[in-house]
Design a protein around this ligand. Structure first.
Ligand code: KIV
Length: 271
């Protein structure tokens, strides 16, 4: 008998089966080996190596500055840690819009050099050619509609999208189009819950929400936000599952105090 326990990896097929049987799908971001190992072992279905790494890991104001090389670095750290979860990597701004061959080359690099299982791209009809070309190479693609942070300078704000009928209609059409192209799932970010419900009911592929209400097929959050590492960012959709800001601050303060008081290291902690 093998000493290795077989881990059943999550696949696009399994994600579709989850939607079909009404089982909700869980997704979180991760950008490094240690966090990805924890998140995977805790039973998450999908890990997103989001370009939110630009904000969370690099301290940039937007997701725009992160490069393909940086996304490959983060993604390869995550894939090395994961045994079960399905790993999706964001295609960074400027690596897929307007040039489908560049999109294909970027996606191939992410798959080949970082070992991702799929890529995510923001947008609908505007990026159709890129989505189709990447899919034609056998790379699973996740769509992303609603608030698309790579277009922040077009929107001007991070407020709820698609509240008006015209934008809601365009979002529905884009979701339909992404499904027809062959995307395996779509993220809907910060849109009215009723609209997200309509999309999840009319579209057969899994719809994963962030700030899109409870009637979608799964949820995604930024790990550092839900762990309470970041205190400043508190949108209504965010539920904090821990207060790591306090835990980490108190631990570091205690460490500093112990050193100053000559309490650390003690005799037993030396050689
Ligand atoms: O980059 C990211 O973290 C994302 C999620 C907010 C969906 O795209």
């Amino acid at each position: 008998m093998s000493v290795h326990q077989e881990v059943k990896k999550v696949t696009t097929h399994q994600l579709q089966m989850m939607k079909n049987r009404g089982e909700k799908i869980s997704m979180l971001t991760a950008y490094d080996y240690s966090m990805a190992k924890l998140v995977d072992a805790a039973g998450i279905d999908m890990i997103l190596v989001g370009d939110s790494a630009s904000n969370v890991m690099a301290g940039n104001e937007t997701t725009l500055p992160i490069t393909l090389d940086q996304m490959i670095y983060h993604t390869s750290s995550v894939t090395k840690a994961v045994s079960r979860a399905f790993v999706v990597a964001d295609m960074p701004f400027g690596t897929y819009q307007g040039d489908s061959l560049e999109a294909l080359r970027s996606a191939v690099r992410i798959m080949k050099e970082a070992g991702a299982h799929a890529v995510k791209m923001e947008g609908g009809s505007e990026i159709r050619e890129s989505v189709e070309r990447v899919l034609s190479a056998g790379v699973p693609v996740m769509g992303h509609l609603g608030l698309t942070p790579q277009s922040i300078y077009k929107f001007g704000t991070y407020t709820v999208r698609a509240k008006e009928e015209q934008e809601a209609q365009k979002l529905l059409e884009d979701a339909q189009l992404l499904q027809e192209c062959g995307c395996f799932a779509i993220v809907l970010e910060k849109i009215p819950a009723e609209l997200a419900k309509k999309v999840a009911e009319t579209i057969a592929i899994p719809i994963i929400g962030i700030g899109a209400g409870q009637h979608v097929d799964g949820q995604v959050l930024v790990l550092h936000d839900m762990l309470g590492i970041n205190k400043e960012f508190k949108p209504r959709f965010l539920r904090r599952y821990a207060d790591l800001h306090t835990v980490i601050t108190e631990a570091v303060q205690q460490y500093v105090t112990d050193i100053k008081n000559r309490d650390f290291p003690n005799e037993k902690e030396g050689y």
